[in-house]
Structures are given as structure tokens and as C-alpha cells.
Design a protein around this ligand. Structure first.
Ligand code: SF4
Length: 352
């Protein structure tokens, strides 16, 4: 677990775990697609062995952040640093030496695996990036090891993706992603296209692999139960920007941002007693368009506790008590502020 002490403005804690290298550093990342401001100034860092969950509704820009990191798209502005290297604007050729450092697993394994290729060829693909040629036999052994690692029999190498179940296909995606021993795995909603019955198994596998291998992971999801199970840190995104970031314990125990509070209030929890005692928070309208985000705090059109200042002034993401970073005018420096779940705004240290 990563403890957030005094952090710099990207959330890196210099004193916290000095032996762990920063694997991913995003500095003021911006990704606009024409008029659509999908990502608008996201800064965060992930250290080796750390799992950071990036959560938010669909349309929040969280998948676009993942696509910028693996350079499926070239960011409009800001910086993406992988293992200390600035990869933001590298060409395909320049990117090649850094491709091994990062891998991605997508939501829909059926769409991300080439149906014309055998599973063995798919899993072996990242080996092409490695220096030195492997013999056929060495390649086959590496593929068999990779398949075993994700709980599949080596014989699966001779099958086509369509011959496998959804869960097996996602295991193949994981085997391929880990073949180059990446320092960072971007897992973009890796279980949400799967049957509920196999989601837990794939999630367990991801957790086991992460623990055993120790890669850093950006886990993009809207599934807060999965976040509670897997993540060390949580970054909450709203309409292209970070609303709140902190350790899993801190965010679940003391969510400060009204949007985080609403998300947590809407998530189903296993304990029926706790579930019954919860107050639902109605956010009202749908997510506003990223083509024309609201001025001031982007959440103000849906925020149950918004004040006049919220529609005029953009709240900065700042460090508050408990080591979390929060972008809300009503959260005081000591972390106190309103709680939209209990509708009992705190009056202490109210800076608005
Ligand atoms: Fe709500 Fe205002 Fe805080 Fe935004 S800044 S979350 S609108 S209270």
C-alpha cells in the first residue's frame, strides 16, 4: 500500500517509497479530438508495484488517458513519461525501444485479438520486440509458459480466438500483454465485457499476476467493488479532469469530493445492512458534453452542494488532510467539507 505523505503536484511522494521507481508520470496531459476535450490537464504518477484505479463514468476520458499512455494516440499537450523516458511525441520508430515497458489489455478481448491468428502467434507477438532471435522451440516454450501463467493449457496455442470463451480470450490478452515483461500494464475495463460468472476469476488472476510479477498497473474501471479489491490508489475523473486522488483506504473511508461521494453512494455493496442504511445521491442530469464543458467547476451542473463561486472559478486540485488531492472549493485544507451522502455539510473551515 502506498502512503501519500507530502506530495509534489503530480502526487509523487519523494520520501514515501524511495526504493520504488516511478514507472508512469503524466504531467498536465491534454487530449482533444477536434472540439471534444476528452482529457484536460491530468497529472498523476504510478510507482513500481502500485495499482492505481482510474474511475469515472463513461465519457469521463479515463480510457483516453490509457490510450495516450500506450501511445495509441498522440497527446495534444502535456507529458507522458514511461520509466523516466518522455514518450509523448515519439514516432513509431522512436517508440520501439519503449514498447516493452508498457502493455494494454482492452475491455473486449474478442475485438482486440486478431481472429485470423492462432493463439500461439498472438501471444508470441511481443517477443518480436525483444533483442536477439529466439529459436522456434524457445518461442514455443515461452508461449507455453505464458499460457500456463494465466491458467490456460499450452495446447490452447493451436486454437483460434473464436474457439475460446470470453474469459479464456481475456486470459490470452493478459498472456500477450505480459510476454514482454512490461513495467506498466494498462488494464482498460478488463472484465466489463465478460459474463458476471467469470469476472471474479479474471480479476483474481490479474491481482495474483500483479502481486507475483510486481508490475505497476493503471486499472481503468467503473467497478468500485473491483477497485476496493485491487487498487492501492484511486484517481477519480470527471469530464476530462481529476476530481480527487488518494489512497484506496482514504478515498473509501473519507471521500471529500461531492462527485466521489455520489459515486460511492451509487455503488452496490455486499453487506445488506450497510446497503439498506445508505442514502442515494441523485446527480440529476447526464454527464455534460466534453465538447462544451461547464465553466468553473465542471461538476457544478450536477453538484447537490454547488454555490455561486462554483460556476465561475475552476477549483485547483490541491493536497488536503489525509494525503488526498481534491478539486473542490468547499473542501477545506484540513479535508473537512460537505458530505452529499448525509446531506450534512460541515461548517468547519468552510473556505467558500
Ligand atoms: Fe460541487 Fe462546487 Fe465542489 Fe464543484 S467546487 S464539487 S460544484 S461544491
Amino acid at each position: 500500500m502506498t502512503t501519500v505523505e507530502q506530495t509534489d503536484d503530480t502526487g509523487v511522494s519523494p520520501e514515501a517509497t524511495p526504493e520504488r521507481e516511478v514507472v508512469l508520470e503524466l504531467d498536465d496531459l491534454v487530449m482533444h479530438f477536434g472540439q471534444v476535450r476528452a482529457v484536460d490537464g491530468v497529472s498523476l504518477s504510478i510507482r513500481r508495484g502500485q495499482v492505481t484505479a482510474l474511475v469515472g463514468e463513461s465519457g469521463s476520458g479515463k480510457s483516453t488517458v490509457g490510450r495516450c499512455i500506450v501511445r495509441l494516440v498522440e497527446p495534444t499537450a502535456g507529458t507522458v513519461r514511461l520509466a523516466g523516458h518522455d514518450v509523448t511525441h515519439l514516432s513509431r520508430r522512436e517508440l520501439r525501444p519503449h514498447r516493452r515497458d508498457v502493455a494494454i489489455v482492452f475491455q473486449d478481448p474478442a475485438g482486440s485479438l486478431d481472429p485470423r491468428m492462432l493463439v500461439g502467434e498472438i501471444v508470441a507477438e511481443p517477443l518480436r520486440l525483444q533483442a536477439g532471435r529466439l529459436s522456434r522451440r524457445e518461442r514455443a516454450e515461452r508461449v507455453a509458459d505464458g499460457l500456463r501463467r494465466v491458467g490456460l493449457r499450452p495446447e490452447v496455442a493451436r486454437r483460434y480466438p473464436h474457439e475460446l470463451s470470453g474469459g479464456q480470450r481475456q486470459r490470452v490478452s493478459l498472456a500477450r500483454a505480459l510476454m514482454s515483461a512490461p513495467k506498466l500494464l494498462v488494464a482498460d475495463e478488463p472484465t466489463s465485457a465478460l459474463d458476471v460468472s467469470v469476472q471474479a476469476a479474471v480479476l483474481n488472476l490479474l491481482a495474483d499476476l500483479q502481486r507475483d510479477i510486481g508490475f505497476a498497473c493503471l486499472f481503468i474501471t467503473h467497478d468500485l467493488a473491483a477497485v476496493e479489491y485491487l487498487a492501492d490508489d484511486i484517481a477519480v475523473m470527471y469530464l476530462g479532469q481529476l476530481a480527487e486522488q488518494g489512497s484506496r483506504e482514504e478515498i473509501f473511508a473519507r471521500p471529500r469530493h461531492p462527485y466521489t461521494q455520489a459515486l460511492l453512494a451509487a455503488a452496490p455493496i455486499a453487506d445488506p445492512v450497510r446497503q439498506r442504511s445508505r442514502v442515494p445521491v441523485l446527480l440529476g442530469d447526464d454527464l455534460p458534453s466534453a465538447m462544451d464543458p461547464p465553466p468553473g467547476c465542471r461538476f457544478h451542473t450536477r453538484c447537490p452542494v454547488a454555490v455561486a463561486r462554483c460556476s465561475e472559478e475552476v477549483p485547483a486540485l490541491r493536497l488536503v488532510g489525509g494525503g488526498a488531492r481534491v478539486a473542490c472549493h468547499l473542501v477545506a485544507q484540513d479535508g473537512t467539507g460537505p458530505d452529499v451522502r448525509t446531506d450534512a455539510p460541515s461548517t468547519t473551515g468552510h473556505p467558500a
